[in-house]
Design a protein around this ligand. Sequence first.
Ligand code: MG
Length: 255
Amino acid sequence: MIELRTPTQIDQMRPAGRFVASVISALAEKADVGVNLLELDELAHRMIKDAGAESCYIDYHPSFGASPFGKVLCTSVNDAVLHGLPFDYVLQDGDLLSVDFAAAVDGWVSDSALSVIVGTPREEDQQLIATTEKALAAGIAAARAGNRLGDISFGIGSVAHEAGLKVNLQFGGHGVGRTMHGEPHVPNDGRPGRGLKLRPGLVIAIEPWFLHSTDEIVFDPDGWTIRSADGSRGAHAEHTVAITDGDPIVLTARD
Ligand code: MG
């Protein structure tokens, strides 16, 4: 079921958005050569406790996970791109790190992701991240009442295709509200003018993720961490966005 939020409810969702944005910013600042992924998870965990927020991930146990997630943050490094389960790994010079974080404040969820390079960047990785961010911006620009869901997907996919990237359709954006994953599914490629008509009050996570040279993925044995099938690196960008009768509101916008 697709739920629409009133303007008052969208205002009530703002603290969760601001909190998630603050955690993403803190993680981006902390991520550096020599930092362990478990330290990033601990930082996010501490911020959750200090804010009186609730983790959406720690008890999350969908059918594809071998066990509950057990951490509060996804950390995906290099050829890992989604759902990376934080483990005892120290970031190395040139690593491409994607963090994905969702939490609830006052019973409302927000969800956001960001990719960064630690240490010395490779130009191709910088370009991949820039393309992913550009695709997110295109998706947000299309998140307007009167448009259709396919316009968001088309906006995202067009940026990918222009950059010569393939798009995987197995994982994409989703409705966000009282829980982390609701309807509708928001594919990262599609045809304009098709699909669900966008109405004020629809709140969705828009989340392009692309791999350098493939659209095929493989899963780690734990069922969580998703990697490129060919070992090429991936990048991910995500915001939680409220559609209004005017401009979209990016609830997880960072300062
Ligand atoms: Mg997310």
